[in-house]
Design a protein around this ligand. Structure first.
Ligand SMILES: [Zn+2]
Length: 141
């Protein structure tokens, strides 16, 4: 794996300009990363829970457990079509099945153990997530 070039927090990118809502910026990048990471060479992504295939730009990123504290979990957040994410409220039964199928029962148990845990990210942590995700996305584009 390539070494990630992560800029320090006080670099030009973030030091001179404060983001209005770092939590939202970080989530938007996470959503983009999750969709791009799973896209094929044409940019198509399979919905994690129903196998519908769409361009990554038309897909969404869905949570297995909808908690801010799990926004950056690379197993708990997967590409989903609007049908599953929005209208089927995450299609969580199928989501659980697919987690077991792809990652094993331990991962499902890990996520379940975090279901009721509160965790707020500090601004510094969010900026770190942003830098990390930007670097990851750059690798994929
Ligand atoms: Zn779907």
């Amino acid at each position: 794996m390539k070494d990630l070039q992560i800029k320090p927090l006080n670099s030009k990118t973030y030091g001179s300009r404060k983001l209005k809502n770092p939590a939202k910026t970080a989530w938007d990048l996470m959503s983009k990363f999750v969709r791009l990471k799973n896209a094929d060479w044409r940019g198509n992504v399979k919905c994690f829970t129903c196998s519908a295939i769409k361009n990554w730009k038309e897909m969404q990123a869905g949570h297995y457990i909808h908690r801010d504290s799990l926004n950056f979990d690379e197993i708990g957040v997967q590409p989903q079509c609007e049908q599953c994410n929005k209208w089927k409220h995450g299609n969580s039964g199928r989501f659980a099945y697919e987690i077991i199928h792809h990652y094993g029962t331990e991962e499902l148990e890990r996520l379940e153990s975090l279901r009721h845990k509160e965790r707020k990210f500090s601004t510094k942590e969010l900026y770190e997530k942003i830098a990390y995700l930007k670097a990851k996305i750059k690798e994929l584009l």
